[in-house]
Structures are given as structure tokens and as C-alpha cells.
Design a protein around this ligand. Structure first.
Ligand SMILES: NC(=O)c1ccc[n+]([C@@H]2O[C@H](COP(=O)([O-])OP(=O)(O)OC[C@H]3O[C@@H](n4cnc5c(N)ncnc54)[C@H](OP(=O)(O)O)[C@@H]3O)[C@@H](O)[C@H]2O)c1
Length: 284
């Protein structure tokens, strides 16, 4: 596929991943439009984007304006809340944005690629079985219901001239979000569940490169984006605690797990499409 040398790319939601993608694409000479809901982030985002727009996804007019003249749109949203994020906040963040985007794309012919960052948690409890992108999503968990619904809304906008790619990411780690630091905060604590669920992870570098790969290769459909590590939470936490001389976590198997995901997630599809993981095995 011949890539347009310089694309216009809109990134709706420029947090940890969105900002890193903006930085990567801007360095390659693309014209990046970044969005934030907060005025105080404009200056910081201007370092990685040619244009910064303050908007929320529930503003249909703003969404329509952001996608105008773009070649690619990346949606990298996550709810912001000072209180505990409940499923309703999740819904308010994802669903209106997805609906407004689909409506805006109906009246837009410039956008050729939409990429949406979802989560591999959508598979829910599959009793530890292997799952790939053909498996259904969990409809019991309210958060997964929202994520699955947002995926379906966005996938409905596929046209011959518009590819829609859903990347289902594992837990994102990298600079500033190091697993060593995050998990060591749990040292000595008692956590619900047996700890035998496998955790799925993806480094920030791979999150960025896979988005760019999907953009360049006009990915259509759903792709899991997790690395090759297949450690249970117990193994991972023991490793982290032992390495730092901290007390191990105590797992309480009489309680349901604190993670609804219980499946072995295949990353074969994205590899078969040509993507090579930068950090297949690391956790730091
Ligand atoms: N973090 C993980 O471990 C993980 C795991 C699996 C999947 N994912 C997916 O990966 C994506 C990126 O995650 P992240 O960690 O980079 O998220 P993040 O750092 O929390 O950034 C989320 C961004 O969304 C923006 N935002 C929030 N509500 C919005 C709304 N209503 N309208 C428009 N923008 C809104 C925020 O704007 P402000 O600039 O105003 O803050 C923020 O920049 C998300 O789609 C998430 O579902 C994340």
C-alpha cells in the first residue's frame, strides 16, 4: 500500500497513549490535531500537535469540526473523574463520542481510517480458555457492555472508502506507568481472588507503533493488542515483590477476583497482519 506522505490525523483523547501517538506522528511530518477537555493542557499538547482543540465527545458540532479534512482519526478516550469511575461515567464518555463520530463520518469523505482503542477486558470471564477476535464480548459486566457497545457503534461506520479498526489493548505500561512501581504498591495487601488469572499487558511503545501500523496498512476490524507474557497476577506480583524485597500479596480465593477478565488472549491476528512487537516479554 502506498502511504500518503503527510496525513492529517485527529486524535480524540490525548492522554497517555494519545499524546505519545501524536508525538510519534508529528515527528514523521504528519499534521496532528489533538483534543483535550481541559484548557490547562493546551500548551503541553502544542508540543506534540500542530493544532489543539478543547472539546468533549458529547459535543456533536465539535466532533464534526475535528474530523473535517482529516485522513485518519484515532479515538483514545478514557473517563476522567475525581470520584470512583462508575459504569455510568464510562457510558457518558464513550457512547456519545462514538455516536457523534459515526454521525460526523456520514457527512465526511476525507477520513479513510478510524482507529479506536478498546480493551481486551471485553472478553470477560471465559474460564481461562483461549480467545481470539471472533469470540463474543462479555455482556454481564457493565463496563464491558459499554466498551462493546462503543465498538459496535464505530464498526457500523465502515464503508468501502472508510476502514475502521478496533484495537483491544492489554493493560498499558511504560514510562510513568511502570508495572514495577504500580504493583509494588499492593505489596503485603490482601486481594480478592486466587491470583490465578493471567494478566495481559502492552507497552506504550507497542501501543503507539501498532496504531501507526494500523493507520499505514488501513486495518479493518478487531485486533487484540497484548504482548506475549502469560503470567498470572500471582506470578507477576510475586516477581515484583521478591525483586524489591517486599512482602508478597495475600490472595483470598474465597472472594471473586478483582479482575473480571479470565481468558487467554491470542495476539496471533495482529502478528499475522505483519505487526512485530517491540516489547514481547518485558514488564518494566
Ligand atoms: N490504560 C490502560 O491500561 C488501558 C488498557 C486497555 C485499554 N485502554 C484504552 O486505551 C485508551 C487510552 O488510554 P489512556 O491510558 O491513554 O487514557 P488516559 O491517559 O486516561 O487519556 C484519556 C483521554 O481521554 C480524554 N477524555 C476523557 N473524557 C473525554 C470526553 N468525554 N471527550 C473527549 N475526550 C475525553 C482525556 O482528556 P483530557 O486531556 O482532558 O484529560 C484524556 O486525554 C483508552 O481508550 C482506553 O480505553 C487503556
Amino acid at each position: 500500500m502506498v502511504e500518503k506522505v503527510c496525513e492529517n490525523v485527529a486524535i480524540i483523547g490525548c492522554g497517555y497513549v494519545g499524546r505519545a501517538v501524536a508525538c510519534h506522528l508529528q515527528k514523521q511530518g504528519h499534521f496532528v490535531t489533538a483534543t483535550t477537555t481541559r484548557k490547562e493542557r493546551v500548551t503541553e499538547l502544542e508540543e506534540v500537535a500542530a493544532q489543539v482543540v478543547i472539546m468533549t465527545g458529547n459535543d456533536a458540532k465539535a466532533v464534526k469540526s475535528v474530523v473535517q479534512n482529516q485522513d485518519t482519526c484515532l479515538v483514545s478516550l478514557a473517563p476522567i473523574s475525581t470520584r470512583q469511575v462508575d459504569a455510568e461515567v464510562y457510558r457518558e464518555t464513550y457512547i456519545p463520542t462514538a455516536e457523534n463520530l459515526v454521525a460526523a463520518l456520514k457527512e465526511n469523505s476525507s477520513v479513510k481510517q478510524l482507529i479506536y482503542l478498546s480493551s481486551c477486558s471485553v472478553y470477560g470471564n471465559k474460564n481461562g480458555e483461549w480467545v481470539d477476535e471472533t469470540f463474543g464480548v462479555d455482556t454481564d459486566n457493565e463496563y464491558n457492555q459499554v466498551l462493546g457497545e462503543a465498538e459496535q457503534i464505530l464498526l457500523s461506520s465502515v464503508r468501502e472508502d472508510l476502514s475502521v479498526c478496533i484495537l483491544r489493548l492489554g493493560g498499558i505500561y511504560g514510562p510513568g506507568r511502570e508495572l514495577m512501581k504500580r504493583l509494588s504498591r499492593l505489596a503485603g495487601k490482601r486481594l480478592p481472588g486466587s491470583g490465578e488469572n493471567v494478566g495481559f499487558w502492552i507497552h506504550l511503545d507497542d501501543s503507539v507503533r501498532a496504531v501507526d501500523f494500523a493507520r499505514q496498512h488501513r486495518f479493518n476490524g478487531i485486533y487484540n493488542l497484548v504482548n506475549d507474557l502469560r503470567w498470572t497476577y500471582r506470578e507477576l506480583c510475586d516477581y515484583v515483590c521478591d525483586k524489591q524485597g517486599l512482602e508478597r500479596i495475600v490472595w483470598d480465593a474465597s472472594q471473586p477476583s478483582f479482575r473480571p477478565l479470565n481468558a487467554q488472549i491470542s495476539n496471533r491476528k495482529i502478528k499475522a497482519a505483519g505487526y512485530t512487537l517491540i516489547h514481547p516479554q518485558t514488564i518494566v
